[in-house]
Design a protein around this ligand. Structure first.
Ligand code: PEP
Length: 266
């Protein structure tokens, strides 16, 4: 039977965010935490548009060692500041087993990124942390490998795992990755876990975020995680795929009828 995963019941939000229930959960925020000003602006924009959780990476696993690697613990503190200020639960990525405890203290949900889906030591440490987990699909992982990675987490004692389809590698550079929506329906058929979609990292193109978000809602996803930056032109990470405040608000308006058509609420 499908399981609900509750996140952030102690973050200040009434009862926390429930994945896999009637609500279609929208998480939004910048790819990387950069500064207090940037995080406040992003948090205000996503709350105003109706997002129920805030995202933001403090530890960024970048393809190039010369790209911005994230603010690390200082970024975590900036995210925690917004968590306190807004009452929104926060999700952030952890990349090293030795950082799991600090990240778990400052956030409501730990994210395992695509590049670490089969980092088994990290999975074990995160699974033992007691925090809910957002498990991104490895960009070249089969559905079976993705679900076995979730088993690593659950084997360590956590029941609160949310899967995230974020695009897989294919041959066509027209989109950054290929969003595999069939994997959403298939993962939901094969497991009891909630499944959400990342239309930002999968497409890498802001104009594709809205159509893929609507399609994700229509195909039974339990929610979305979307990059939003109020000054995307100056973003330190993945600005090219972020939505601005107005674009995000417009998308939320367009999502509502689709979400309601599949019997859920936004
Ligand atoms: C992210 O969500 O910040 C991220 C880096 O995603 P992915 O691991 O899917 O690339």
């Amino acid at each position: 039977d499908a399981t609900e995963v509750t996140v952030g019941s102690e973050a200040g939000s009434a009862g926390g965010t429930v994945f896999g229930g009637t609500e279609f959960v929208v998480i939004a925020g910048p790819c990387a935490v950069e500064s207090t000003t940037q995080m406040s602006a992003a948090a205000d924009a996503v709350v105003a548009a109706g997002a129920v959780m805030l995202r933001g990476g403090a530890f960024k696993p970048r393809t190039s060692p010369y790209s911005f690697q994230g603010l690390g613990l200082a970024g975590l503190a900036l995210l925690a500041e917004q968590r306190k200020r807004t009452g929104l639960p926060v999700v952030t990525e952890v990349v090293t087993p030795s950082d799991v405890e600090s990240v778990a203290e400052e956030s409501d949900m730990l994210q395992i990124g695509t590049r670490n889906m089969q980092n088994f030591d990290l999975l074990r440490a995160v699974g033992a942390s007691g925090r809910p987990v957002l498990l991104k699909r490895g960009m070249s992982a089969t559905i079976e490998e993705w679900l076995l990675a979730a088993e690593y987490l659950m084997h360590m004692g956590t029941r609160d795992v949310v899967l995230c389809e974020r695009g897989i590698r294919s041959f066509d550079p027209s989109t950054r990755f290929t969003l595999d929506l069939s994997a959403v329906a298939e993962a939901k058929r094969l497991t009891h876990l909630p499944v959400i979609v990342d239309p930002s990292h999968s497409t890498g193109r802001p104009h594709l975020v809205a159509p893929m978000s609507l399609a994700a809602a229509a195909c039974g996803a339990d929610g979305l995680i979307i990059d939003v930056h109020t000054d995307a032109g100056h973003a330190m990470c993945d600005g090219a795929q972020a939505l601005g405040a107005e674009q995000f608000s417009t998308l939320m308006g367009r999502l509502r009828p689709v979400v309601e058509a599949v019997g859920r609420t936004l």
